[in-house]
Design a protein around this ligand. Sequence first.
Ligand code: ADP
Ligand code: MG
Ligand code: MG
Length: 885
Amino acid sequence: TAYVFHFGGGATSSEPRAKDKTIVGGKGANLAEMAGIGLPVPPGFTISTEVCTAYNASGKTFDDALRAGVAAGVSHIEKATGRTFGDAANPLLVSVRSGARVSMPGMMDTVLNLGLNDATVEGLAAGSGDPRFAWDSYRRFIQMYSDVVLGLDHHRFEDALEIVKEDNGFFNDVELGANHWQALVGEYKSIVEDQLGRPFPQDVHEQLWGAIGAVFDSWESDRAKVYRKLNDIPHDWGTAVNVQAMVFGNMGDTSATGVAFTRDPATGEKAYYGEWLVNAQGEDVVAGIRTPQYLTLAARERAGAKPLSMEEAMPGAYAELAAVFELLEKHYRDMQDIEFTVEQGKLWMLQTRSGKRTAKAALKMAVDMVGEGLIDEATAIKRIDPMALDQLLHPTLDPKAARDVLTKGLPASPGAASGTVVFDADTAQAKAERGDAVILVRVETSPEDIHGMHAAKGILTARGGMTSHAAVVARGMGRPCVSGASALSIDMASRTARIGNREIREGDVITLDGSNGDVMAGKVPTVEPELVGDFGTLMAWADKHRRMKVRTNAETPLDCQVARQFGAEGIGLCRTEHMFFEAGRISAVRQMILAEDEAGRRAALAKLLPEQRSDFQSIFEVMAGLPVTIRLLDPPLHEFLPHGETEFAELAEATGLGIEHLKRRAGELHEFNPMLGHRGCRLGITFPEIYEMQARAIFEAACDVAEQSGDAPIPEVMIPLVATKKELEILRALVDRVAAEVFAEKGRTLEYMVGTMIELPRAALMAGEIAEEAKFFSFGTNDLTQTTLGVSRDDAARFLNPYVDQGIYPRDPFVSLDIEGVGQLVELAAERGRKTRPDIKLGICGEHGGDPASIAFCEKTGLDYVSASPYRVPIARLSAAQAAL
Ligand code: ADP
Ligand code: MG
Ligand code: MG
């Protein structure tokens, strides 16, 4: 097997591995693909990701096979370019680029202009006839190589450049001439020697291997690790290395470099979108050293900017680029994020990939592309990340609210965010952990800020364009972002910022509108999102393609309404105990609990009956005609006990019982391990009058709603924490008896079901027998995870994070179902339940019902529905469709 693959320069490879992203990485695969369809790609070769894994596992060594592969790769480039690596007269220069399976923007290191030394720089100058360009390239190379490969402090290089500029009264790097760059190269070399204790490496092969190793090392850097954790990228994927002939955007005014998207990544609008810089090299655009220029005339005019767009300044190269955009979109059938360079009027493609986009843009593009015939509905559905919908389901700024606009920047990532200002990533993280909403305000962001950006509600930068680090990362994370607010000046020493004559201090509240770039003082009110347009279209497609129903976990009429708007098709879990906590009721609940005997309990329950009935009534009204699963009382009674002297005093007053007596009774109810204690169906067995009252409330309410609206709800009465058939047998008989009583009183019969939760391993194992008594099973995967793993949900925070970090569990098992373990119990119970009762209804009501990976598992297991919290209902609808396709 080969581990090095050639591309460009007429290279043709029939090896399937050469096109496999898992082997050559995303960048390598797409470079080969572009070269294959005839686009101008500088020739190069790719070292596979497996080599990275082997390198990092073998104590960072290169083997002979790899050395031979790299030598062959270099001669491929030499042949294709007619230049020779290390040759003083006609030197070949290369870039060494990382490229993992999925793009990790800015996370990995790249070295440009490699192959320059004191001899080859002269050859480059003579060959190009442009000494300024040659020395500019050399100083770039020394700085980059020193930073990325040698690990030297980059500030000293920057300071040296600043001094040259100051001495000469220059403002911009482009003003420096050949002599300035040459002098600076001398200085850079002494900075290196000073820090490194030896001279800057002159041997080009040493340079190349150093850079290859550095790319592999960068996979293990802290920032790459953080990025992988946030994006669920496995650590063992590794990165490929791409070595590619350099093309030069810094060869004067007919040369340029740029980045572009084939459609607007923020809005999804079908318009080319990008930034470029004349006489510059790749990183310059993203790094925010000079303010980049607009790509198209339309964008420049809309922004009212002066510097010419590429469309105006280089019409020939621009037309060629636009043709490439069209070709690439048709080829990949998706919006592309492109990096290109123009060398003396000639266009070169350096990268293409499916572009990151906001949720809003993703929807618009998917719907538009179906309209354009580029993709079909199934592809559109699969292309949307369900979790990204979350961005759209939350409030936006109220258009009618007054705005105290401090300044305007670029609308880099849409959405609204309010919060207190912080000026660094660590503070952002610390404050967010305490529950504060924070806005991270920076001059510009770098990969070191990633944890703070994640912790922040929004990001504001003073510098950087729409493709700056802050903008790209914020869009990827779904954080609203305003970038390039140039009126903002930040003073880190006093931790304040100024905008004109107004001062912002750390801790002040500001609001960002990432959709138009407004930065506002104070908190601006928000409005609920609209669920129409592209969102509605895509959700309708999802509904058409899914098999499972989607219900919601809700117990208030308001939540039920929200969930129905989001498309819920019933309630999968209505927790009755939440109703017991309502003001005005808790006292009757406490009376019930603390009563000495059945008579005392019945008296208190009689007060609760009408309350509970009206709860169910309002829920049934919202859910008319749909199934509503109601779980009878589940938590241990001690959760309702009074706390502190005042609550006991109030209760004594209400019941006429003595405080001492109440306290003694409360003490009797104390449990050592209440989650495994007197709860769930165990309450129903020992205090049947509680479940009787609840069943009565349910059936009376259902009859009343049927009477009033004619649209009867379908109550599904659910008994929690069942472990044995006998428990369910007793309690089902109780519910059936109450139902019969109520139907007799009301003179009507309604359809209903009694079933159980499967949330104990024993219940899963005995599901065949339990199904004799249960018309439905609902997998209570929160408790099932807790009881199967022997991990208390409420105490797990202390060790689950380290567990996930060390890969003991791939993800938090309370967030994403432990399919390997807990999943087996679900499969087994479903199978055994169906064997006894072929038409048994199966659903899931744990948190996992809103998690895409868990939903895919539910589809595979053949469950009838998933149930998720109201705001997760659209996520579940889309995930269910993706799972079915
Ligand atoms: P990243 O993955 O961080 O985007 P890249 O490998 O794409 O890093 O390199 C960053 C930039 O360097 C590219 O956008 C491009 O402008 C420039 N670059 C990389 N390789 C070459 C090359 N062979 N010739 C000219 N510029 C290059
Ligand atoms: Mg790139
Ligand atoms: Mg439970």
